[in-house]
Design a protein around this ligand. Structure first.
Ligand code: MN
Length: 157
């Protein structure tokens, strides 16, 4: 009986340790978190790590943004579009007039040019994205904040 109990404890321990290792690996940062965003184009807490600046020949700006759960951008559009690479957590993405979509780590989104949209974290998970933003036709155009009603309109079906 005692041997069985010890065996169970050992097995539980191994399972627990493997879970911890798994979580640690999942939470490893790929890029530094950067600076907390203090402008009014975001709701909630978000951080930006500038990775690449646009120049005259390669007009893509690249940055990593970390959103706390519930944090999101305002509505905005990109004159030359944007590519979002999800590198951590679970996020939300919505184009004007369409339902909210979830974005998981490892997924990508291409935002068409001049289409109002927003992106950010889901309510229960942070979200980390690398955004590649074309600057050919100008910089991001910002609109109103995403209201709680809009944010909470996610339909799980
Ligand atoms: Mn965008």
């Amino acid at each position: 009986m005692k041997k069985i109990n010890i065996a169970i404890i050992v097995i539980m321990g191994v399972i627990l340790l493997s879970c911890c290792n798994f979580n640690t690996k999942n939470n490893e940062l790929i890029f530094e978190k950067g600076e907390k965003i203090t402008n009014s184009n975001f709701t909630g807490n978000a951080w930006l790590m500038d990775l690449i600046s646009a120049d005259s020949l390669n007009q893509n700006a690249v940055g990593s943004v970390t959103f706390e759960p519930g944090a999101r951008t305002n509505w905005h559009s990109h004159p030359a579009g944007q590519i979002i690479l999800a590198i951590g957590g679970i996020g939300y993405y919505q184009e004007k007039g369409k339902p909210i979509e979830t974005i998981h780590k490892g997924e990508v989104v291409k935002c068409p040019h001049n289409i109002p949209h927003w992106h950010g974290a889901s309510p229960d998970s942070e979200f980390i994205q690398v955004a590649i933003t074309g600057r050919e036709n100008g910089t991001t155009v910002w609109f109103d904040p995403v209201t709680d009603e809009e944010y909470n309109s996610y339909d799980n079906k």
